[in-house]
Design a protein around this ligand. Sequence first.
Ligand SMILES: Cc1cc2nc3c(=O)[nH]c(=O)nc-3n(C[C@H](O)[C@H](O)[C@H](O)COP(=O)(O)OP(=O)(O)OC[C@H]3O[C@@H](n4cnc5c(N)ncnc54)[C@H](O)[C@@H]3O)c2cc1C
Length: 380
Amino acid sequence: MDFQLNEDNQSIQDLAKQFTKNEIIPTAPGYDLSMEYPWDIVKKAHAAGLLNVSVPEKFGGLGLGHFNQTLIQEQFSYGCTGIATAITANDLALGPLLLAGSDAQLEEFATPMTKVPTVAAYCVTEPGAGSDVQAIRTTAKRDGDHYILNGSKMWITNGGVASWFYVLATMDSTKGHKAMVALLVPSKLAGVQIGKKEINVGQRCSDTRGITFDNVKVPAAYRLGNEGDGFKIAMKAFDFSRPGVAAGAVGLSQRCLDESVRYAKERKTFGKAIAEHQAIQFILADMAKDIEVARLVTYKSAVELDAGRRNTKFASIAKCFAGDMAVRIASDAIQVFGGYGYNTEYPVEKLYRDAKIYQIYEGTQQIQRMIIAKHLLDEY
Ligand SMILES: Cc1cc2nc3c(=O)[nH]c(=O)nc-3n(C[C@H](O)[C@H](O)[C@H](O)COP(=O)(O)OP(=O)(O)OC[C@H]3O[C@@H](n4cnc5c(N)ncnc54)[C@H](O)[C@@H]3O)c2cc1C
């Protein structure tokens, strides 16, 4: 076991760090205010070789692997988790395709993403079904060489900018996960209706929307795996994406710590810097110890995946620990800043707003605990 990054990992991390410093940190407050999708940054990340890095070389990508992707996500999120989510929601959509796509499907859907800066979206959640994925009601009815898709999805990240969607639908809602089918749906198909951009608490430049499918005719050739495989593919994709989500929470928390240390050394009360008060030192020490632990389990969850071992439990531990930590640390960062922390002139209020979603998307913290508990009970 070696806790040092190798040369390749180090150069990816350095590249992502430099990109974050030059492109993300200076523009993040503007995107937060305008709530516009950060196309400029997406294009620059693509040009820098930092977008869609998991697409295998055979299909035109860099095939950098999950650990490198995690390193990039951590750095981007240090700069802005809204921009990072906008960029890496792609990886969530790509997960099912990489897991279950045929060569022809990968060439048609993944290869173009390596050539031009395009994004995709993962469409599973519905107005009436979030945690309980088996309760989805979007239907896919077989009609010769096509499926006819009907239903509504909700909270779809990249919904308004995606060129294709990974869509989970049911062929028979009385048969639970066994009747589910996974379809790749180009956003230009007739009957795909894009809803209004949702205005969320944080990560405001990330584009979240409802998507409605109204008699959309999807070629059967765009089905991933077999009929009945959809649920399994949708869940397994989280093994790919949760390490990156955990890394996002680590990056945000590191930013909170750095901003807090800097401020604590400058701000004076009772004749000395607040950093000299032990109570403030303890807040900073708690932040540092939690970040270190979260980073270790996050990296482990990605390394396990790259090694070809099942990482589901570690991915849930990482997402759950890092997500809860980010909310706690962002709140503590405001505490260190006092009244100034509560004000939009200072960076920590945005970090606080941006942190909360880490306890909700990609499976809530309650769902992560259910997954961890299931693995424990199965193992013992
Ligand atoms: C900004 C944003 C972006 C998102 N992006 C996407 C996306 O790109 N694609 C996509 O498909 N979805 C996306 N989602 C949806 C997200 O994954 C869901 O919101 C999440 O899974 C929770 O589902 P829900 O909102 O329906 O809450 P519910 O499932 O209704 O849960 C409500 C509460 O009950 C708890 N709960 C539910 N069941 C249990 C249980 N069995 N035991 C204990 N507690 C339970 C939950 O933890 C939660 O606290 C996004 C959501 C948001 C807000």
